[in-house]
Design a protein around this ligand. Structure first.
Ligand SMILES: [Fe+2]
Ligand SMILES: [Fe+2]
Length: 233
């Protein structure tokens, strides 16, 4: 069981910051301005896609550690920082503040949301454990590397399943529990939050950072994931 207290404190400090008031203000507006680009599901879908790229970077680091390769702590530490700042302290908090409450009266999704909340707590704990581990991945500390491999495995395995369930079992119902204007408003609130939490560039600087790590790890080209002809034999 993961500590809800830890998660609550984390939420309090972040949501009590400069962005909190603006978000609440955005929620009280009655209509989506003409400038809004994405619906709520589109915004969350993009965030999931960014998260999956960050998790793929973590998987690559894990494979390198298993192959006894030396990895720069800047890459591992930077990737963990993106998981912490983008996936946990931004994306998951947005879900807890704006998406999960929309399902409050739905008995059908109650167990699923309870599990999703527990997994948010677990992701936070795993990431906090990974931060110091990834600061030194030198070969001389094999125990540190072994533990980092295990924590990355637990984090990526859970997070990929977590997002797949959100995308297939929860978010398709969002328009049902928040129909019409409520859904439209949710889209605007999430889009506003992106700028307020991440800055004027929104999600793009995070994607650029991930792309830098992908390039350093040799997975910066999508085609690097395509099986080679000899792989089929
Ligand atoms: Fe989530
Ligand atoms: Fe999510």
């Amino acid at each position: 069981m993961y500590s809800k207290e830890v998660l609550s404190r984390r939420k309090f400090f972040i949501l009590a910051g400069a962005s909190g008031a603006g978000l609440l203000e955005g929620c009280s507006r009655s209509a989506k301005p003409a400038g809004s680009t994405y619906t709520a599901i589109e915004t969350l879908g993009r965030q999931h896609a960014v998260t999956r790229r960050a998790l793929a970077v973590m998987e690559k680091i894990k494979n390198s550690l298993n192959a006894q390769m030396v990895r720069s702590p800047e890459i591992a530490g930077g990737a963990v920082a993106i998981i912490s700042e983008f996936m946990i302290n931004y994306h998951q908090l947005m879900e807890e503040k704006y998406i999960f409450p929309a399902f409050a009266s739905s008995q059908k999704t109650a167990d699923l949301i309870a599990t999703l909340r527990r997994q948010h707590g677990a992701a936070y704990r795993l990431t906090e454990i990974l931060k110091p581990l990834c600061a030194d991945l030198s070969k001389k500390d094999q125990e540190n590397r072994r533990k980092a491999v295990n924590m990355i495995h637990l984090l990526t395995r859970m997070s990929l399943a977590h997002e797949s369930w959100e995308d297939t079992a929860l978010l398709p119902l969002l328009r049902v529990v928040a129909p019409g204007k409520a859904y439209e408003q949710l889209g605007y609130t999430l889009e506003s939050a992106e700028t307020q939490f991440l800055g004027p560039g929104g999600i793009e600087p995070t994607i650029q950072k991930i792309a830098g790590f992908e390039n350093s790890l040799g997975i910066g080209n999508l085609d690097s994931f395509t099986p080679r002809p000899e792989d089929f034999s």
